[in-house]
Design a protein around this ligand. Structure first.
Ligand SMILES: Nc1ncnc2c1ncn2[C@@H]1O[C@H](COP(=O)(O)OP(=O)(O)OP(=O)(O)O)[C@@H](O)[C@H]1O
Ligand SMILES: [Mg+2]
Length: 244
């Protein structure tokens, strides 16, 4: 098994509260891991730690064996290009229009790309996620669901090898959610790694190879999809733990 992201003895606190307690976890390359648990349990914190977006107080986060906080610029850019995040609140830039927001990652990671090719790539990802309205508006003019679609489109732009998705179907109608699920399945078929947070058991049991429950900033339970699907008691336990 190849490990793509590894957390080793990771501790993280904010405002004197410990939000991640001695996390040790390996994400397998090409596999999908669902982070589940009750509100405030620490799922988003663990997702951001795993994406190298929060600096641990102690411990290490490694991408393909390299400490993400000791990378040189080239390695860091590669890590940023290969990994793409859909944040729980979408986190689109408030003071840019949608086209500018989508253009930025392409400008950063593919500096040789022509304006025409950037436009084509943007049109492709926007149509893949099913966003049909104009791009010369700012995020505040979109619904929460539309913002999620745009955030998802932004994540797909640079052909990520590693997708981090936080509550990515929750604000969407079922047609839009199914479309994004289809895109995640395509990423899986292409051999990519997916780490996602969800409260939707149907989505979890359809997509996740591994399921990790987080409670009080700690990994409370690690199971595989096979274990959940073949053990009704475990399934009920997981279901209960998601809202506990
Ligand atoms: N920057 C911060 N400063 C202080 N506390 C924080 C910070 N970020 C998160 N927290 C707290 O850490 C805990 C875990 O937050 P986190 O967002 O990781 O939970 P979650 O499991 O994703 O919850 P939800 O299901 O509501 O999204 C919460 O109690 C939250 O209030
Ligand atoms: Mg969260």
């Amino acid at each position: 098994m190849a490990v793509i992201i590894e957390l080793k003895n990771v501790w993280f606190s904010a405002q004197s509260r410990i939000l991640a307690r001695n996390i040790n976890f390996e994400y397998e390359e090409g596999k999908t891991t669902a982070l589940i648990g009750p509100a405030g349990g620490g799922k988003s914190t663990l997702l951001k730690l795993s994406a190298g977006l929060l600096v641990p107080d102690q411990g290490e986060v490694r991408f393909r064996g390299k400490d993400v906080f000791r990378m040189n610029r080239k390695e860091n850019l590669e890590f940023r290009r290969e990994g793409a995040v859909v944040f729980q609140d979408s986190a689109l830039w408030a003071n840019q229009n949608l086209f500018q927001i989508l253009e930025l990652p392409l400008r950063l990671h593919f500096p040789g790309m022509t304006a025409r090719d950037r436009m084509r790539r943007i049109e492709t990802v926007v149509s893949e996620v099913g966003y049909r309205k104009e791009l010369n508006v700012r995020p505040a003019q979109l619904s929460m669901g539309e913002q999620k679609l745009l955030a998802f489109a932004r994540a797909l732009l640079c052909h990520p090898r590693l997708l981090y998705l936080d509550e990515w179907t929750e604000s969407l109608d079922s047609t839009a959610a199914q479309r994004l699920i289809g895109l995640v399945k395509r990423c899986q078929r292409e051999g990519n790694t997916v780490i996602f947070v969800s409260h939707n058991l149907a989505v979890i049991s359809e997509l996740a190879d591994h399921i990790v429950m987080i409670l009080g900033g700690q990994i409370f339970l690690k199971v595989t999809r096979e274990q959940i699907n073949s053990d009704e008691d475990l399934m009920r336990y997981v279901q209960k733990g998601m809202g506990a």
